[in-house]
Design a protein around this ligand. Structure first.
Ligand code: AMP
Length: 286
């Protein structure tokens, strides 16, 4: 396994690489959710590249960029064990030299929910991902379903800019009590950690309500809200179209329940896809 610090080192390391090349972009502090993406890339690609870069562009001025967990040595060991070929770990000055000026703005899909709470966040995500794609030139890039709006934004970017790669979306990895793995879970104290799984319970309640025939969006969302204890302060709870993050035309088509809540000064996010019972599932009363 090699570690590249610059675009030139990545290009040199990948000269003649066996294709397809799979890229897994991360901000490090790796957990089993990240490693599931790496494992999938390892199974599907002949060369696997993982980037580790805490991207300052996607953090707001009052956010946790400085204290975001960093664990480079442990990450390197885990990625070596996972059979990764190349780590790309640039520093911020390499990614964004002083004269850097270009940004990718994903438009409306990046302006709602996370985008509204974190102005500029998805511009930062889209810009760094396009730079990573242009550096590594992968056939496939692997992302977690956990960050559903990020997936929607990058889908828009890849389509709009005709980027020649496939986005592969991997299921959210959870603790046994349902809490989605996240580097930010480390910020929770014991009481907050105990309350945190209610976020996923709320989403499951919405998904179950729709599956069981509650096709009114407000009423379905209210079923989820009822699961949130006072300790979790809702930032948003809704059902959206997974591609546009707009309200779905109806709940019979593609839809995802999305949630974010504050636990003290930590904000968690999660989502649950909604599957609508199809006609074949309906039991006909005897
Ligand atoms: P991050 O390091 O937080 O930027 O995450 C890097 C990638 O890992 C993103 O594509 C995330 O969606 C994905 N990821 C983070 N947490 C999970 C999880 N619990 N399950 C699956 N993927 C995840």
């Amino acid at each position: 396994m090699r570690i590249a610090r610059t675009v030139g080192e990545v290009r040199e390391a990948l000269l003649g690489a066996a294709r397809p090349v799979g890229l897994v972009p991360t901000m490090g502090a790796l957990h089993a959710g990240h490693l599931a993406l790496v494992e999938r890339a390892r199974a599907e690609c002949r060369t696997v590249v993982v980037s580790i870069f805490v991207n300052p562009l996607q953090f707001g001025p009052a956010e946790d960029y400085a204290r975001y967990p960093r664990a480079f040595d442990g990450d390197v060991a885990a990625l070596r064990d996972a059979g990764v070929d190349l780590i790309y770990a640039p520093d911020a000055a390499t990614m964004y030299p002083p004269d850097f000026a270009t940004a990718i703005d994903p438009g409306a899909v990046g302006a709602r929910y996370e985008g509204a709470l974190r102005p500029g966040h998805f511009k930062g995500v889209a810009t760094v991902c396009v730079k990573l794609f242009a550096t590594v030139l992968p056939e496939r890039a692997y992302f977690g379903a956990k960050d559903a709006q990020q997936v929607a934004v990058l889908g828009r970017v890849v389509t709009d800019l005709n980027l020649p790669l496939e986005l592969v979306v991997c299921a959210t990895v959870r603790e046994s009590d349902g809490l989605a793995l996240s580097s930010r879970n480390a910020y929770l104290d014991a009481q907050q950690r105990a309350a945190a799984p209610a976020l996923h319970r709320a989403l499951s309640a919405i998904a179950r309500a729709v599956h069981d025939g509650e096709y009114d969006r407000d009423r379905a969302v209210a079923r989820g809200r009822a699961e949130l204890p006072a300790l979790l302060r809702e930032a948003y709870l809704d059902v959206v179209d997974p591609a546009t993050f707009e309200p779905p035309a109806n709940l019979h088509g593609p839809a995802v329940a999305i949630a974010s809540a504050w636990l003290g000064s930590t904000r968690l996010i999660d989502n649950e896809p909604i599957s609508v019972r199809c006609a074949a599932d309906e039991t006909v009363p005897a």
